[in-house]
Design a protein. Sequence first.
Lengths: 253, 249
Amino acid sequence: MGAGHTHRLYRHGDSPVHGLPPHTKLAATFAFVIVVVSTPREAMWAFGLYALLLATVACAARIPAGFLLGRLLIEVPFVAFAVLMPFVAQGERVEVLGMSLSVNGLWGAWNVLAKGTLGVAASVLLASTTELRELLLGLQRLKLPPLLVQIASFMIRYGDVIADEMRRMRIARESRGFEARGVRHWGVLAKSAGALFIRSYERGERVHLAMVSRGYAGSMPVIDEVTASRAQWSYALALPCAALVICLLGWVL
Amino acid sequence: MTASLDVSGLAYAYPDGHQALFGVDFSVARGERVALLGPNGAGKTTLVLHLNGILTGGTGKVTVAGLPVDRRNMAEVRRRVGIVFQDPDDQLFMPTVREDVAFGPAAAGMKGTELEGCVDRALALVGMAEFKDRPPHHLSFGQRRRVAVATVLAMEPEILVLDEPSSNLDPASRRELADILRSLDVTVLMVTHDLPYALELCPRALILSDGVIAADGPTAGLLSDDELMRAHRLELPFGFDPRSVSASG
């Protein structure tokens, strides 16, 4: 679906991975992440194998490595603090390049970095092979509370509308000679934010009116039913199952 | 034949005490196209919200094709009265055009190929079939207004109620919408300030002023009555003379 309506993370294609029903992909990604975080951090080889598994999926989905690595940068601010751990953690210390680092901290940093990167890579793969709209259908199918799915769906629909409204308000401000330059101007910005909130709230009321007028009675009608065959499920779950074997070996060896 | 819409003695005061309607009476026959004119604050929107039971609790009665608007008939009434709101961004709330048009019928329990057929038919009526899988915010304003009309047509309504259908449309989109409305075989109640548009599309007009129907008659006749127009703050655009334009049916 959706010529033109693609979010920035999505990469159009018709690989076998793109073709899988969204809920199987969601379940597989979630299970994979759970397995990865339950792996003992000392089993470094296991994380290598996980990365290999994801690379296989990326290959099957025909996602170029450059695209995937670029998207992985999102992780940087979140793992930045992991880099600090070897310096601040307590316990036994080792000398590396003339710096005294904590062994525990090094393990901790490795743990965060490896598991974080694998989790983000799995999510990036999911996002680049599944359209936003499909993700919502998948969540709905996986019985996420309908209210949450509806909120997410309205966010997608009205994000641009509200951003546009915000842009018009900024232009109106600037047309009257206002430019936010410092703390003294925060008051004006706060008032704009308040006005935007009220406008959005009122729009919400009007949208609700339009929904009620077309027979809305508390739950969204099911328009697209997503279904998955047994083969599609087993195909999707091959990833977390393979990961589970690695994880178990990691604990045993 | 029963009228598509029958309103009698409708009065309504908002919870804050502001009285918007003081006994409104009118009737619209099946297949008619009627314009509802009136200055700002005349109670037009309040009246519209009574037609499908969003507002209730005043006195008076509204019936749609013989069906009284009350709690028991609400679902059926909302299917029969299709309201197209002024801002299409309020009306189009689903991620794609197709899902939006399907919303009403699906809420009424339609499914599968029947639902698809219904969506295709409604979009074809407004000439938007090729935009089926597009998200509403990637369409032009005129296209969004047409899709908004389709969302309502998909429910096969008895009466189409349009709130300011020509607002914010450029002349070409305005004409396209007029062509579409003329081609539909459905009763239309059009709430508008756009008097030439009312004259173009609706042979009959009502003037709502201060919460009552102040005039009811052929649109050309009402618009030519300078005194009546002045009394209800209605003004024709500069240079427009209703007597020199022949209304099309």
